[in-house]
Design a protein around this ligand. Structure first.
Ligand code: BTX
Length: 248
């Protein structure tokens, strides 16, 4: 059922008390032709992260997926993930949380001096399309909002623990408005991302299909790929990684 959100952004919001995964519902809506639709749930019974990992999604969190049909090539799709990370971090910061971004898809809160962190939110982008054009793209965003972090997997934190409980309707409004701003000015996403990044300057290890890369994360490219200065060999070499699992 669609709900009235009074949004300053062109999204229709479909709310569910509980679904298996808002990304799965969003995929169905996308293949049925929907656009600028947001599937929102209070609870997910089978929330998913990347590589089919479980995403713990109890009642009290913000679990949503945005269905879009952007006129972009698949190569620019990672910018949508970064746009969602920027929007989520900004909204969490407004709620009083020291939210930062860990490349490519985690919104985290720094814990200690060594680039350590706790995970506040995660983003999962899925898409379908041809090599030259995206048909549809869904951005799933999960924010640990009004939840006790100690009921979540180790290494997680929540807005409740970092600041205080939020009005979730208001949080979703601000998040969708911030995401709409970011996607309508994709060129501004990378500079905004750099400002919020926790990853840059850190020693990282990135697992990707072509093998592991270890070194210092020094920048991201205009397409959102991570630039790593590797320590292999005598000479410094940089490797650019467009997707992978990053640890620091
Ligand atoms: P990821 O693969 O980067 O992270 C998944 C890992 O994060 C898990 O293996 C676990 O260690 C940890 N984890 C699981 N649940 C939580 C949690 N609530 N808070 C912090 N850490 C956790 C990240 O994947 C992408 C997650 C996207 C989730 C959204 S929610 C709305 C939409 N629907 C859906 O099924 N997924 C997306």
């Amino acid at each position: 059922p669609a709900v009235e959100f009074g949004l300053d952004a062109p999204f229709t919001v479909e709310f569910h008390d509980a679904v298996e995964s808002t990304n799965a519902v969003a995929r169905e809506r996308a293949t049925d032709g929907a656009s600028d639709l947001v599937v929102l749930a209070d609870e997910q019974t089978g929330g998913r992260g990347r590589l089919d990992r479980e995403w713990s999604s109890p009642s009290g969190g913000i679990w949503l997926s945005i269905v879009t049909r952007p006129s972009i090539t698949p190569a620019r799709a990672p910018l949508y993930t970064l746009a969602a990370a920027v929007a989520t971090a900004r909204t969490a910061r407004e709620a009083g949380v020291d939210a930062r971004i860990k490349w490519p898809n985690d919104v985290v809160v720094p814990a200690g001096e060594n680039g350590d962190y706790r995970k506040l939110a995660g983003i999962l982008t899925e898409m379908e399309g041809e090599t030259d054009r995206v048909a549809w793209l869904t951005v799933g965003i999960g924010v640990n909002a009004n939840i006790d972090a100690d009921t979540l997997p180790a290494g997680a934190t929540a807005v409740r623990d970092e600041a205080a409980d939020v009005d979730r309707r208001r949080f979703v409004q601000r998040l969708l408005e911030a995401f709409d701003d970011a996607r309508t000015d994709l060129e501004a996403v990378v500079p905004a991302w750099r400002e919020l990044a926790l990853t840059l300057g850190q020693r990282v290890r990135v697992e990707r299909p072509a093998g592991e890369v270890v070194g210092e994360a020094i920048d991201i490219t205009a397409a959102g790929a991570l630039v790593i200065e590797t320590d292999a060999g005598e000479e410094r070499t940089t490797v650019t990684v467009s997707a992978g699992d990053c640890e620091h």
